[in-house]
Structures are given as structure tokens and as C-alpha cells.
Design a protein around this ligand. Structure first.
Ligand SMILES: *[C@@H]1O[C@H](CO)[C@@H](O)[C@H](O)[C@H]1NC(C)=O
Ligand SMILES: *[C@@H]1O[C@H](CO)[C@@H](O)[C@H](O)[C@H]1NC(C)=O
Ligand SMILES: *[C@@H]1O[C@H](CO)[C@@H](O)[C@H](O)[C@H]1NC(C)=O
Ligand SMILES: *[C@@H]1O[C@H](CO)[C@@H](O)[C@H](O)[C@H]1NC(C)=O
Ligand SMILES: *[C@@H]1O[C@H](CO)[C@@H](O)[C@H](O)[C@H]1NC(C)=O
Ligand SMILES: *[C@@H]1O[C@H](CO)[C@@H](O)[C@H](O)[C@H]1NC(C)=O
Length: 935
């Protein structure tokens, strides 16, 4: 539908045009101060209108600006009437051209399509008869045409293609071409290829591209060079290739046509296809194009290259006329005589082709201007010179990446830009590099397993006799994830020379901005100061950094985690059992204990209802009088303190009241102690379960810290999340400082702090550290925060897109994942010795359960008890041996009692804490009962 409407519009505008042209011709007949320009069309119809419009646009452009011709002169388009007649031979065409020139007296002739059924290059033939003739077709190699050829000459194009193909090392490719003389334009390349033993197979484009696919596949090469003489066929072919998936990631395409018109939709399709495409553009300024009147109404939205050439041909004529007029004015001519019919093309055939100062051709060869096809200038043969071609290539989002420039004339380029052309040849590859050496400088940082120093690692391994150490140079000095990543990226950057040199960052820092001087240090600093092209390492993408460098796509996601000592390996303070109460509490409790014992003793001594008084009165056995002497009082307090039974309970109300309160006191104290105890024994395990910032803040047994002014430091400090600020605050206010100089120091501190220091760091790095010997560290379960790692490059560096593209390819193909697995979990001889993944179940369980370490205090207490008891035992034996006689009587006397009575309290010293073995509370009653029995 849309197309039909366009057609209708076309025909309407054609009618308008015809009227205009008629008017213009009438005008020209009456006013001879006008200069004519005309066009000859071939036999094919359908595109004339388009070109007529374009030429009209050019004419208007010239007439609007009086610097070209003066106010009194006009450039007019003289429509030729011969376009409808069949011209099937070059002679007929020549004849028609000459007739036209003779009758219309135009100053220049444009041939949008200088082909007929029997011949091409009609412009070339005509140029030997009369000039200036403008040819829009690319022309043939060595044709000897003196027409002004708007397209780069076939000779130049051959040399251009060879430069590009050699650069890409395309020695195997399939050449796709249409039948409109395209192959002839590739002949130079084919010759060169044969000479250099390249394998080029050719496929002529079928209207049904599907028919071409088997052929392309049969050729085996994934490199496809397409060149069509018709941009419409080119566009159709690519459209179909997109449809069939032949322009997918598996193929690499090079579009030989210059400046293929690519509209927005088409570009998006190309991006989506993810095929790697190389394109060529004449270097022109965009502004020029916006000056064009009908540019936006063309069917493709973008002008085809040929259309641009036609427009520039008219502008070239304008410039030629400007120079011509200038000369005439200099010669003293004025008014309308400045530009009479003198500038008309000479009638053909001319006997001599010598161009003199009265010919427009003479001036056209001096023209240089910036057109919409780049710099327009011609040499003596009418070939385009002094232009520059930009080579773009890429894939997906990076499809527009500039890959380099090719200039037709280095000398001109250097004059024009007043700069040195930085390549020996005409093709300057825009590899991003530093100074004169063609190597990309990569700055990195020692961070295992991202980057190891080989030598250091070898030494380390030598401890286990694993490897011979030797000296390394260049990039061999390093190994690790980053080195592997760079190597993979290099092999995935198609068409890019990517030689790199890795250096360690001198200050061993990742990169932070100094608050006062605003200077960056570390790897970021190196890139910001343009000392390095790439910063590679576990570099976190932060907003602040992003403002000063560009980051590529991330190659790894990570986060902030906590490195801590595995609780299993934490050595505890042996008397940690005492922690539940402060030292004053223990002290006061001791006093309370002694006081209660003393009071009981005193009650016993003075209270008439107590055991002693009762015994003296003979109300009970004599021995019972000693039930609450000082020693037994202490023992009473001891047994009740541990909620055990006792031998005797007080008899008096005073004693019993005191005892009751003592029991309350003991109950409270014991339960407080027990409840608190697990907390203290567990303290080192709490950090293991930290899942987020909140968990971290919820504990305060362990001090945590991070690298001073490292990325985490700043991230937490500047974060808008209050919890993160509080973490920072906590670290900042810690005494001694919780900040360390670098990760190594942090890890050391964790190892040496016996569980009282935890280190906040990047998960990837920490995981690796924790997997190394000695296996006494671990990483908390959850992420405090999530981050991503990416390579950093200088702002606006063209490397960014190239690297991003390579990284994406690596991610899609699973290489990144493999790399990560390899460096973190690889099963090599080295890592088996290093790795901590074969901790015993019990060791692993130590994170959750109580370990000997946790409970050693209890065991120690028991041991102490054994020891003291044994000493007392010895003392008693010695004492008995020394003073045996004295105590013998007492002992014998009491023997009878012993058999009938509960064991004498004397046995207490340190023997068995579980004296009577009777349940609490029942003791009193029972002993009362026994007592009654014996009364
Ligand atoms: C007219 O043409 C001259 C020569 O190309 C150019 O320098 C000038 O900017 C043009 N003026 C306008 C108004 O476009
Ligand atoms: C060309 O193809 C042949 C056979 O397939 C192969 O042996 C040769 O290496 C190829 N040449 C180049 C330059 O790739
Ligand atoms: C291409 O043209 C632009 C704009 O005129 C210019 O800045 C750039 O330097 C040119 N590039 C080359 C290689 O000539
Ligand atoms: C092209 O550049 C060369 C070198 O600068 C110069 O000598 C020549 O005049 C230029 N050609 C034209 C037509 O300006
Ligand atoms: C040539 O390449 C170098 C290095 O990539 C680049 O710095 C320079 O700008 C390029 N020159 C041109 C004219 O493109
Ligand atoms: C742990 O690793 C060491 C070193 O490779 C090995 O000798 C040992 O058998 C491993 N232990 C277990 C339980 O796998």
C-alpha cells in the first residue's frame, strides 16, 4: 500500500517537475546568462525521477548561494529527452550524448547510470569526445576514462580492499556479487589473491537468496565479502541473509560497497542478528547532509551512495563554475559576460582533448570541497582523490565501532588536518594504544586467584617440592584468572590487534579518590592519568569510578562478604566460663558465700535451738553438735550452691530463714549464669550466620574492618542506605582501628585475632583465601552487599565496546564460567594440598556445635578439682601419720556412730561434690526422720 502511494506521489511530483523544467528551459531560451547541466539516463527506467530530483536539489543548492555564480547567473537543469529511447549499444549512446550536448549547450553532463545492455562505461567513452562528463558508476579497471568519476577509482578500491583483507587476514573467503559488473571491479583483488594463494570462492547472488545458501555452506568459509553493483540488490541480499540466519554470529561479513545506505530499522536488524559486520564509509561531515532538501524523502530514508555521488557531481560543477567565474572576473569581465555560453561543453567529437583555460573541465580539476561523499577532488584523469574512508566493524551493539581509516592521499590528509598520519601505509588501524609502542598497557593488582606472581607462587609451591622455580619475564610473570581472561578476550576481539602488557599497579591499590586533592590512586588512577589503557582485576563497578573511567560489561559478579576465623579453630580463653558474670559479681558472690557460712556458724554457736546447744543439752548425739561448725557450714553452703543435697540443715528458725534466702539467691544466680553461658560460648559462631548488614550490626562480640579507604570503605561511607553507614561508623569508631592497609594485612589480622576480628572484602577473593592453608578461615554465608567486577578503560575509549563485546561472547559461550571454576575449584595437584574442602565432618560441624575448644574450661575445672583433691588427700595422710595418736581416740569413739550415722562431714575436703546423693529439700526431712529413730 505504502509503496503504491509513494508511486502516486512520484508521478505527481514528476508532473510538477516537468512543468518546472519546461519553465526553466523557456527561461534559459530567453536569458542566456544561465548555465545548463543535464543528465543522460540509460535504458532502464524507474530511477530517473529519483536522480532528476537529486540533481534539481543540487541545482537549488548552488543557486541559493551566490558565491558559486553571481546573482545574475543561474544553474539550470536541462532534462534530456533521450532517456526513453532504447540505446542498446555504446555507439548509439555516444551518438545520443553528442547530439544532446550539441543541441542543449549544457556545461556538464551527469550519467547516473552509464550502462546499456551491450556496454558499460558510456561516460568513459563519451569523455573522450567531450567533457566534463560525470560518471556515477564505479568504472572499470584501466579503462582510460577521463570522465569525472564520483566513486573511488577501481585501482584505489583494489588497493583499499587488499589493505583491509590483509589486515583482517582473510585468506579464505566467499565473494558474493551480483551480475551488474561487480565482478569486474573485484578483478584486482582476485588477481592479488591468486598471487598470494588466498582461497576465494565466488558465488553469484541469486534472486532467491535461499538458493545461495547451500553454495555458501559448501565453500566452507565463514567469511563473506559481498559487493554488488546495485545497492538495491545488496540490500535485498542482506535482508534475506538476515532472514535465513546467514548473517548470524557464525558468519563474518564485509560489505564491499561504499557507504551503504543504512536506516535505523536496518541497523537495528543488523545489531539483532549479532553477525560480525565490517562496513566502509566515506568520511563526510553530517552537517552537510542536513542541508539537503529532499534527503529525508528518499525511499530508504538514507541516501544511497550513488545518489550522494550524483548530488556531489552537481556541487562539483557549481564549484568549477565558481573558479571559472573568478578567473573571468580577474581577466576584467563584468556583468552577464562573466559567464556566457563559453563554459558549455565543446561539441564532440573534438579533434584535440587538450583542456584549456576556457574549459570548465580545467577548473573542475582544481576543485576541492567537502561533499556528502567526503572530500571531492579529481586528478587529471578525473579520478577521485584526497578522500578518506572510515572502516567500521563490530557486532551487536558495537556494530558501529571504528576500526581504522584509509586515506587515498596521506600527503593531503596531513596538510588538511595538520597532523602526522600515524601509519606507514594508507590504512591506519585505530588500535588503542599508548605512545609509540603498539601495545595496550594493562594495569593489574596482585589478588589471588585473579593474579599471582608466578615467581612467588613457584617459591610457595617449592615448599612442597611441586615445581622448579625460574625467572619469568613479560606477561609470563603473572598467572591467574585475569591473565586467562585477557588471553581469551584477545582471541575474541576479531579484527583487532590486541597486544597487551600487564604491569602491577605501583601502590597496590584498586583506586580511590583523595577527598582533598580529588586525585585517584591505584589502578583507577593509572587509567585516569592515561598511564594505562585497561585496568584489569577484581575491580568493583561504582558510580564514583564510573564518572572518571568507563567500565566494560562485567565479567564476574561478586559481593561483599565477611572473612572470619572458623570457630572450630578459635582458641578460647580457658576461663571463659566465668564470663557470664563480671569480676565484681564473682567477688561479691564469694563474700556472700563466706558471709552465709559464717552466719550459719554463728547461729549454731549462739542460738539455743541450734544443733550445738541441743547436743550440749543432750537432746541429740554429741557429734551433731558439730553439724554447723565452721567447716561444715562452708560445706553446707557449697553443696546447696550447686543445688545438691546436704548432710544437715539448720535447726533454728533463724538458721532456716537464712538458708531459705540463701537458696533464693543461689537459684537466681545459677540460672542467670547458665542462661548467659551459652551466649558466651556461642559468641564466635554467631558471625558465621551473618546474612546481611543487619545481622552484622546485631552482634558486637567481633570487631569487623576493611581496607582503609578501599572501595568498600567508600561504598559504605557514601551509601544512602543507613545500615551501611552504621557499619562504617562502627568500623570507624573501633579501638584499635578496624581498618587495615590491604587485604593481606586484613587476612593476617583475622588469622591472628583468634576470632575477634572479621574482615569485609570482595567475595571472590575471600572465598579463595578461605580455601587456602591453613584452613582455619571461613567466609560468612550471606552477602553484605552485591557488586560486579569489570574492566576499566579510559573515558570514551574505543576499547570499551570491543572489550565488552568480547566479554559478552565469552559469557555467552560459557568460557567465563569455566574460567572461574578452573581458578577457584580446579582439581590440580596444587590445590588438593591447598584446599580446605576436605575438613572432617566434625571440623565442619564445629561451626554449629560446641567443640572441645568451647568447653575446655569445664574440663579444666574438673582437672583442677582432681589435683586439689589429691593434694588434700596427701596432706591428710601426712597429718594423720604425724598426729595419729591424738586423733585415734576420737576416731575410735566415733566408729560406732559412723556405722549408724550418715558419713562424717569431715570426709568432704575435695572428694566428691555429690556428698549425700539425696534430692534437694528431702534432705532435711530425712535426716530429721533418722534423728527421731535414734532418739
Ligand atoms: C556558500 O558557499 C561557500 C563556498 O562553498 C561557503 O563557504 C559558504 O558557507 C556558503 N554560504 C552559505 C550561506 O551556505
Ligand atoms: C586454501 O585451501 C587449501 C585447501 O583447502 C588449503 O590447503 C590452504 O591452506 C588454503 N590456503 C589458505 C591461505 O588458507
Ligand atoms: C573524518 O571527518 C571528521 C569530520 O570532518 C573529522 O573530524 C575526522 O578527523 C575525519 N577522519 C579522518 C580520518 O580524516
Ligand atoms: C590532492 O592532494 C594533493 C596533496 O596534498 C594536492 O597536491 C592536490 O592538489 C590535491 N588535489 C586536488 C584536486 O586538490
Ligand atoms: C591512527 O591510529 C592511531 C593509533 O590507533 C590513532 O591514535 C590515530 O588517531 C589514528 N589516526 C587517524 C588519522 O585515524
Ligand atoms: C585431604 O587432602 C589430603 C591432601 O591431598 C589427602 O592426603 C587426604 O587424604 C584428604 N583427606 C580426605 C579426608 O579426603
Amino acid at each position: 500500500m505504502a509503496r503504491r502511494r509513494e508511486r502516486k506521489d512520484d508521478s505527481r511530483s514528476r508532473r510538477t517537475l516537468q512543468i518546472c523544467i519546461l519553465a526553466a528551459i523557456c527561461f534559459w531560451m530567453t536569458e542566456s546568462a544561465d548555465v545548463g547541466i543535464s543528465a543522460l539516463f540509460g535504458t532502464e527506467t524507474g530511477y530517473q525521477d529519483n536522480y532528476k530530483t537529486i540533481i534539481q536539489d543540487g541545482v537549488r543548492y548552488i543557486n541559493r548561494n551566490t558565491t558559486f555564480l553571481s546573482e545574475v547567473h543561474q544553474l539550470v537543469f536541462v532534462d534530456s529527452s533521450i532517456n526513453s529511447r532504447p540505446s542498446n549499444s555504446v555507439y548509439v549512446a555516444l551518438q545520443e550524448g553528442c547530439d544532446h550536448v550539441a543541441t542543449s549547450q549544457v556545461s556538464a553532463l551527469v550519467l547516473p547510470k552509464d550502462r546499456c545492455t551491450a556496454s558499460d562505461d558510456i561516460a568513459g567513452v563519451l569523455s573522450h569526445a567531450t567533457n566534463p562528463v560525470f560518471s556515477i558508476d564505479p568504472g572499470n579497471l584501466g579503462s582510460g576514462s577521463t570522465a569525472f568519476k564520483m566513486q573511488p577509482s577501481p585501482e584505489d578500491m583494489t588497493s583499499f580492499y587488499i589493505d583491509i583483507l590483509s589486515y583482517y587476514s582473510w585468506m579464505n573467503f566467499t565473494l558474493l556479487y551480483d551480475d551488474g559488473g561487480a565482478f569486474a571491479n573485484m578483478e584486482g583483488v582476485m588477481e592479488y589473491a591468486t598471487m598470494n594463494k588466498w582461497n576465494i570462492s565466488t558465488v553469484i547472488i541469486d534472486e532467491e537468496f535461499g538458493n545461495n545458501i547451500p553454495m555458501i555452506e559448501e565453500r566452507g568459509s565463514k567469511n563473506i565479502f559481498i559487493y554488488c553493483s546495485s545497492e538495491i540488490i545488496l540490500r535485498n541480499t542482506i535482508d534475506q541473509a538476515l532472514l535465513f540466519g546467514t548473517m548470524g554470529p557464525a558468519y563474518t561479513w564485509m560489505i564491499g560497497n561504499m557507504d551503504m545506505g543504512i536506516d535505523r530499522q536496518f541497523l537495528e536488524d543488523l545489531e539483532d542478528s549479532n553477525g560480525f559486520v565490517t562496513r566502509f564509509n566515506m568520511n563526510y561531515t553530517r552537517e552537510q547532509q542536513y542541508a539537503l532538501p529532499t534527503a529525508r524523502n528518499t525511499p530508504t530514508g538514507e541516501w544511497q551512495f550513488r545518489e550522494r555521488c550524483a548530488f556531489d557531481a552537481v556541487i562539483a560543477v557549481g564549484h568549477g563554475l565558481r573558479l571559472y567565474r573568478k578567473k573571468r572576473v580577474a581577466d576584467g569581465n563584468t556583468g552577464s559576460s562573466v559567464l556566457p555560453g563559453d563554459s558549455s561543453m565543446p561539441a564532440c567529437p573534438t579533434s584535440s582533448l587538450v583542456v584549456n583555460e576556457n574549459d570548465l573541465t580545467y577548473y573542475l580539476k582544481e576543485v576541492t570541497f567537502e561533499g556528502i561523499t567526503g572530500t571531492v577532488a579529481f586528478d587529471d584523469e578525473g579520478n577521485r582523490v584526497n578522500y578518506t574512508i572510515t572502516v567500521r566493524s563490530g557486532q551487536g551493539e558495537t556494530i558501529d565501532q571504528i576500526r581504522g581509516d584509509w586515506t587515498q592521499n596521506i600527503e593531503y590528509w596531513e596538510d588538511k588536518w595538520n597532523r602526522k598520519w600515524e601509519s606507514e601505509g594508507r590504512f591506519n588501524v585505530t588500535t588503542y594504544n599508548y605512545g609509540n609502542d603498539r601495545k595496550i598497557k594493562v594495569v593489574s593488582i596482585e589478588a589471588e586467584p585473579f593474579l599471582f606472581l608466578r615467581e612467588k607462587r613457584a617459591q610457595e609451591l617449592n615448599q612442597y617440592n611441586l615445581r622448579q622455580s625460574s625467572t619469568y619475564t613479560g606477561n609470563d610473570r603473572y598467572e591467574g584468572y585475569i591473565m586467562d581472561l585477557l588471553a581469551r578476550i584477545k582471541s575474541n576481539m576479531r579484527g583487532i590487534d590486541f597486544d597487551y602488557e600487564v604491569e602491577l599497579v605501583p601502590d597496590n591499590k584498586y583506586g580511590n579518590k583523595d577527598v582533598f586533592s580529588e586525585e585517584w590512586d591505584g589502578m583507577i588512577g593509572e587509567v585516569v592519568r592515561r598511564k594505562a589503557d585497561i585496568a584489569a582485576g577484581p575491580l568493583t563497578v561504582t558510580e564514583e569510578r564510573e564518572r572518571h573511567v568507563d567500565f566494560t560489561f562485567s565479567f564476574m559478579s561478586g559481593g561483599v562478604k565477611l572473612l572470619l576465623q572458623n570457630p572450630y579453630f578459635v582458641q578460647h580463653y580457658i576461663f571463659r566460663l566465668t564470663y557470664p558474670f563480671g569480676i565484681e559479681v564473682w567477688f561479691i558472690n564469694l563474700i556472700v558465700f563466706l558471709l552465709v557460712a559464717l552466719l550459719l556458724f554463728l547461729f549454731n554457736y549462739f542460738d539455743p535451738y541450734e544443733w550445738q546447744a541441743a547436743a550440749e543439752r543432750g537432746e541429740t548425739f554429741e557429734e551433731n553438735g558439730k553439724n554447723f561448725n565452721l567447716k561444715n557450714s562452708l560445706w553446707f553452703c557449697t553443696t546447696t550452691m550447686f543445688l545438691q543435697s546436704y548432710d544437715n540443715s539448720p535447726r533454728s528458725n533463724a538458721g532456716r530463714t537464712l538458708t531459705a534466702f540463701w537458696w533464693v539467691f543461689i537459684l537466681v544466680m545459677v540460672f542467670l549464669y547458665l542462661f548467659n553461658l551459652t551466649f558466651f560460648i556461642n559468641s564466635n559462631k554467631r558471625l558465621v550466620h551473618v546474612k546481611d548488614a543487619g545481622d552484622l550490626l546485631d552482634q558486637d562480640d567481633v570487631v569487623f574492618g576493611t581496607v582503609d579507604e578501599g572501595s568498600i570503605y567508600w561504598y559504605l561511607y557514601k551509601s544512602s542506605i543507613p545500615e551501611y553507614n552504621r557499619i562504617w561508623q562502627r568500623m570507624y569508631s573501633a579501638q584499635p582501628s578496624a581498618f587495615v592497609k590491604n587485604t593481606t594485612e586484613g587476612v593476617e589480622r583475622v588469622r591472628n585475632s583468634n576470632g575477634f576480628f572479621a574482615f569485609l572484602g570482595e567475595a571472590g577473593e575471600l572465598d579463595y583465601i578461605a580455601s587456602k592453608r591453613p584452613c582455619n578461615l571461613m567466609v560468612s554465608g550471606g552477602y553484605i552487599d552485591r557488586t560486579t567486577y569489570a574492566l576499566a578503560v579510559q573515558t570514551d575509549s574505543p576499547l570499551r565496546d570491543q572489550l565488552s563485546y568480547a566479554i559478552e561472547t565469552l559469557r555467552d559461550s560459557g568460557v567465563l564460567e569455566d574460567l572461574q571454576r578452573e581458578w577457584w575449584e580446579r582439581e590440580s595437584e596444587i590445590n588438593n594440598r591447598y584446599r580446605c574442602n576436605n575438613l572432617t565432618t566434625w571440623e565442619r560441624q564445629g561451626v554449629f556445635s560446641f567443640t572441645v575448644n568451647d568447653l575446655q574450661g569445664v574440663y579444666f575445672m574438673l582437672l583442677l578439682g582432681f589435683l586439689v583433691a589429691f593434694i588434700v588427700f596427701l596432706l591428710e595422710v601426712i597429718f594423720f601419720a604425724a598426729f595419729g595418736g591424738k586423733s585415734k581416740g576420737t576416731r575410735n569413739k566415733s566408729r560406732g556412730g559412723v556405722s549408724r550415722n550418715p558419713p562424717p562431714p569431715m570426709s568432704g575436703g575435695g572428694g566428691g561434690p555429690i556428698g549425700g546423693g539425696q534430692p534437694i529439700g528431702g534432705g532435711g526431712g530425712k535426716s530429721d526422720g533418722k534423728e527421731k529413730m535414734w532418739i
